[in-house]
Ligand binder design. Structure first.
Ligand code: SER
Ligand code: ZN
Length: 499
């Protein structure tokens, strides 16, 4: 790596009389501290122009110039102080960086702030007119990291996502070969409300609530999960810590509070609606603030501020909680899809936190409970696959496998007969269960009593998807529904008849 920074120290007064040769000759180890022998930053040239001290700093990867410049500032403040000259501010007219990439880019890329040039595996970064904040906050390191990540992504693009089958049920006989969403619409069980949102009438709601009760009776109660209520409006601070802020922007339903609550501020919007009968969204846009976050996406992240920066007592571990207090929302870019792909969906989310062994054990117990539910109660044809951990996928990393096979996500997938053959059609992921390792406990700085790193896990049960899978395999004739499920369901309510 080679760095070359042209920076300017803006001084409080003219410094032409000062002997900088002498001052800068006495730097000692200031620019090489921490670097191996003979390495470190060096002042390549300097020049005084009135109250501007211009310095060119060069270095390799040890003591990079954007670090060196602040060491220099401290040193110069002291030296110039003797002459009653202060340093007002620092800026950098230009900064050039040359480094070797991990992989050769397949096509050119761009990043903010920088002008980039590629020469095989060599990358040149040109930066201009940088302020102090840019240098101080290590933007340069993040730019280098981002460049490598973007190139890495070029290699993943088009590659299959990581997927490894770990268990598969025996084939079952199915009783339906059509899309259950269409059939439910035909029967007026459900109604589409634009934007991937459905109204569920009494019959499908009863089925979904029965499924929810099954999860409560067969999993949540025996494994001692306690109910909590997690907020559904998620602010940036949460997504910065969960990693979602790295990638999610195209799928968020944004949250924008009004600039003011004051009725006068809204008067012309109200008047306009009263006269035209149209909601003047363009005028609203000018009266709302920038987004403070978005609607729940992954359900568990907004629980974490509860634990953030705290030490959990051993007697409370493992923590086992669940939430079913509201919907999650994902922008699916329009179009009507079945109930298995919606913008607003209902999910039960369980979260557990503990020492690594407790977390591993809980994960295993949960999988066993699901196995009983799907095999003995719902009698589904399904399989489990190890996939890229959900939080990584949601951060935009698509192909990562944990070699230790401890941390990671297991997807539960079910065969949908209407989509084609078992072998060739795409099965539906109807829920997942993950051991998230230290991702969240670290991200939210959660500590244990002993100092040992805590881990966590989570699992989300998608009720729309359970319903879609069940009806796709069992159909609408209740005679074909599993006995154990019918016993828990009781009678279905009368549907609503429209004339
Ligand atoms: N939080 C996990 C996810 O979003 C499980 O629900 O996939
Ligand atoms: Zn989760």
């Amino acid at each position: 790596m080679e760095f070359e920074l042209d920076c300017v120290f803006l001084l409080s007064s003219d410094a032409r009389g000062i002997n900088f040769d002498r001052i800068l000759g006495n730097l000692g180890d200031i620019l090489s501290r921490g670097a191996p022998d003979g390495k470190g930053a060096k002042i390549d040239e300097f020049h005084v122009d009135g109250n501007r001290l211009k310095i060119k700093i060069k270095s390799t990867r040890y003591v990079r110039p954007h670090e060196a410049v602040f060491r220099l500032r401290k040193f110069l403040s002291r030296e110039l102080g003797k002459h009653r000259i202060g340093i007002r501010r620092i800026f950098a007219p230009s900064y050039e960086i040359k480094f070797i990439l991990e992989k050769e880019p397949k096509k050119s890329i761009s990043v903010p702030f920088a002008h980039l040039k590629f020469d095989n595996k060599e990358c040149h970064i040109y930066l201009e007119n940088l302020d102090e904040e840019f240098l101080r906050r290590n933007y340069v390191d993040r730019i280098i990291k981002l460049i490598n990540e973007k190139i890495e992504r070029q290699y993943y693009e088009g590659k299959e996502e990581y997927w490894e089958l770990i268990w598969q049920s025996k084939p079952r006989r199915h009783f339906f070969d059509k899309d259950p969403t269409r059939e439910m619409v035909r029967r007026n069980w459900i109604m589409h409300r634009g934007r991937g949102q459905w109204i569920f009438g009494p019959i499908p709601t009863k089925i979904m609530r029965t499924m929810e009760e099954i999860v409560i009776d067969e999993l949540i109660k025996p494994l001692n999960f306690n109910e909590v209520i997690i907020p559904k409006a998620v602010t940036w601070d949460v997504w910065k810590r969960s990693g979602h802020a790295k990638n999610l922007y195209g799928e968020i339903y944004y949250l924008c509070p009004p600039m003011k609550r004051d009725p006068e501020f809204w008067e012309d919007v109200i008047d306009m609606y009263r006269i035209t009968g149209k909601v003047p969204t363009d005028m609203i846009k000018e009266r709302i603030r920038e987004p403070i976050g978005g609607m729940t996406y992954a359900q568990c992240p907004p629980l974490w501020p509860y634990f953030q920066g705290r030490t959990i007592a051993d007697e409370s571990l493992p923590i086992r909680v669940f939430d079913r207090s509201g919907t999650s929302m994902r922008y699916e870019s329009g179009g009507i899809h079945g109930i298995e792909r919606v913008d607003e969906f209902h999910r039960i989310e369980m979260v557990w936190i503990g020492y690594p062994e407790q977390v591993r054990k809980t994960h295993g117990e949960i999988i066993e409970r699901y196995r009983i539910i799907f095999n003995k109660i719902l009698e589904l044809e399904w399989r489990m696959a190890r996939v890229t951990p959900w939080f990584m996928a949601q951060e935009g990393i698509i192909n990562v496998e944990d070699k230790e096979k401890v941390i990671g996500t297991i997807d539960f997938e079910a065969y949908l007969p209407y989509r084609g053959s078992r072998e060739e059609s795409e099965w539906l992921e109807f829920q997942n269960a993950s051991n998230n390792g230290d991702k969240y406990t670290r991200g939210f700085n959660v500590k244990s009593q002993t100092g040992e790193q805590l881990h966590s896990g989570c699992t989300g049960v998608g009720l729309e998807r359970w319903l879609a899978v069940f009806l796709a395999q069992k159909g609408f004739d209740m005679d074909n529904w599993p006995k154990e499920f019918l016993r828990r369901l009781g009678n279905l309510p009368e549907g609503i008849r429209f004339l």
